[in-house]
Write a protein that binds this ligand. Structure first.
Ligand code: NAG
Ligand code: NAG
Ligand code: NAG
Ligand code: NAG
Ligand code: NAG
Ligand code: NAG
Ligand code: NAG
Ligand code: NAG
Ligand code: NAG
Length: 426
């Protein structure tokens, strides 16, 4: 089909030319870029290039799809379906919004420009469908203080995303505030279908926070609403500058294997709305050792059994838990809604191995089985005469049968009788 093949690109080129013509005619009246013609990123790139060459080079150049304010040093490219970071960002930009786009991936040096964006301090990439952030994606941004990567379906976050491509050789990152809430992962079974060993979000994020010791300057870290089930032990070990850590609204079941020891400057630790059942001695000691921290523990399903003794004892004395009188037991049933700090240590025990409901059902089953056995025995006892008779009958029947058999056997075994019968046959 050579005709069909040559027709395809020709139509595409025509459409592109048509789009450019339309734009020239419009004369920049329309600020929204027609998406129908921008099917490929090349179209927008060439469009932007032509824009730069057509206009006299202004110090306040602005990407066509963005709104720029030199006075506020802010560029907003919000909800524009952009598939890549605009090439011609003005060098004055200090705050850049790239939210609500379709970026999909951030390659190395996605913000490297000539001259570099030395002023850029706050970068918001929230809700831009980012699935992959490569090593060195934020390279050449020497003033980047705040980064928001929330609401993105991060499948692959490079361990060196926040450091240079070379990782260990890189200088400390300037980042002070990292916001990584609501990482939205696609369905788990889809990953398994692809048969690719994709890391868990927990491991992926932990690697990026550890790699190359580059995030020593980080003061504010938000990891809320990420469905985290646990955090690897040394996730926080390199973040020695951290002041605020937000782990709200995850599914953390235990902190036993997470170390807070190095967070000596920590001021607030948010652990509300998780699945914590109890805090053990090691965690309690580490938290207590952190000088001036405030810990938030509300809305966790605390289990008030014998394992809770250490935590209740600690809670009664500590000053670091914010609103500690709000913490209540969720289990067991009889302790529900009791306030932890008001609990009597003696009432915390682990005796009931089975829940009471299950226990009663086992007792009931036992009684039923015993009853059936008793009835069976009773029937046997009441029928003992009938049974005796029945046994006799069987015995007699057997005897009759055996005698008959014996008789026939004797007839067959007697040669005379055999001859007789054979003769009579003849
Ligand atoms: C975009 O341009 C690059 C070179 O600049 C080229 O290699 C690539 O094939 C182009 N993509 C499309 C979809 O036209
Ligand atoms: C972005 O894409 C969506 C869906 O394709 C569309 O409804 C919306 O109008 C697009 N926005 C812009 C600014 O082109
Ligand atoms: C980033 O943008 C989103 C969407 O507009 C907003 O909700 C969020 O607060 C912004 N992040 C920061 C740090 O300002
Ligand atoms: C990173 O490594 C490459 C080679 O692996 C080297 O050419 C480059 O100079 C290194 N960059 C830095 C900043 O160390
Ligand atoms: C908590 O997390 C879930 C799942 O990530 C999310 O749907 C919900 O909106 C979050 N709640 C709050 C208050 O952020
Ligand atoms: C604590 O941080 C130091 C560097 O600041 C590091 O050498 C050490 O390994 C960290 N401790 C733990 C337990 O990770
Ligand atoms: C926890 O620590 C307290 C006091 O330091 C101690 O009495 C208690 O036995 C410890 N509990 C466990 C389970 O080690
Ligand atoms: C705690 O237990 C002790 C003895 O077991 C009892 O005397 C005391 O009244 C209890 N306190 C509360 C608040 O139940
Ligand atoms: C580390 C790893 O294997 N990542 C893969 C996760 O899945 C996506 C696509 O589903 C791949 O592109 C990644 O390479």
């Amino acid at each position: 089909m050579p005709g069909g093949c040559s027709r395809g690109p020709a139509t595409g080129g025509g459409r592109l030319r048509l789009a450019r013509l339309a734009l020239v005619l419009l004369g920049w009246v329309s600020s929204s870029f027609p998406t129908s013609s921008a099917t490929s990123s090349n179209a927008s790139a060439s469009f932007l290039a032509s824009a730069a060459s057509a206009q006299p080079p202004l110090s306040s150049q602005c990407p066509a799809t963005c709104e720029c304010s030199e006075a506020a040093r802010t560029v907003k490219c919000v909800n524009r379906n952009l598939t890549e970071v605009p090439a011609d960002l003005p060098s004055y930009v200090r705050t850049l919004f790239l939210t609500g786009n379709l970026l999909a991936e951030l390659p190395a040096g996605a913000f490297s420009r000539r001259p570099p964006l030395t002023e850029l301090a706050a970068l918001n990439l929230s809700g831009s469908r980012l699935a992959e952030v490569h090593a060195g994606a934020f390279e050449d941004l020497p003033s980047l203080r705040q980064l928001d990567l929330s609401h993105n379906p991060l499948l692959h976050l490079s361990p060196f995303a926040f450091s240079g491509i070379n990782g260990s050789a890189s200088t400390p990152s300037p980042l002070m505030e990292l916001i990584l809430n609501h990482v939205e992962r696609p369905a788990q079974d889809q990953d398994q279908d692809q048969n690719e060993k994709n890391q868990s979000v927990e491991v992926m994020v932990a690697s990026a926070l550890r790699a190359g010791h580059t995030l020593r300057g980080l003061r504010h870290l938000e990891l809320a609403s990420n469905h985290f089930l646990y955090l690897p032990r040394d996730t926080l070990s390199q973040l020695s500058g951290l002041r605020h850590l937000d782990l709200r609204n995850n599914s953390l079941v235990s902190l036993t294997y997470l170390s807070f020891r190095n967070l000596t400057h920590l001021e607030s630790l948010h652990l509300e709305d998780n699945a914590l059942k109890v805090l053990h001695n090691g965690t309690l000691a580490e938290l207590q050792g952190l000088g001036h921290v405030k810990v938030f523990l509300d809305n966790n399903p605390w289990v008030c059994d014998c394992h809770m003794v250490d935590m209740v004892t600690w809670l009664k004395e500590t000053e670091i838990v914010e609103g500690k009188t709000r913490l209540t037991c969720a289990f067991p049933e009889k302790m529900r809604n009791q306030i932890l700090v008001e609990l009597n240590i003696s009432s915390l025990d682990c005796d009931p191995v089975l829940p009471p409901s299950l226990q009663t059902s086992y007792v009931f089953l036992g009684i039923v089985l015993a009853l059936i056995g008793a009835i069976f025995l009773l029937v046997l006892y009441l029928n003992r005469k009938g049974i005796k008779k029945w046994m006799h009958n069987i015995r007699d029947a057997c005897r009759d049968h055996m005698e008959g058999y014996h008789y026939r056997y004797e007839i067959n075994a007697d040669p005379r009788l055999t001859n007789l019968s054979s003769n009579s046959d003849v």
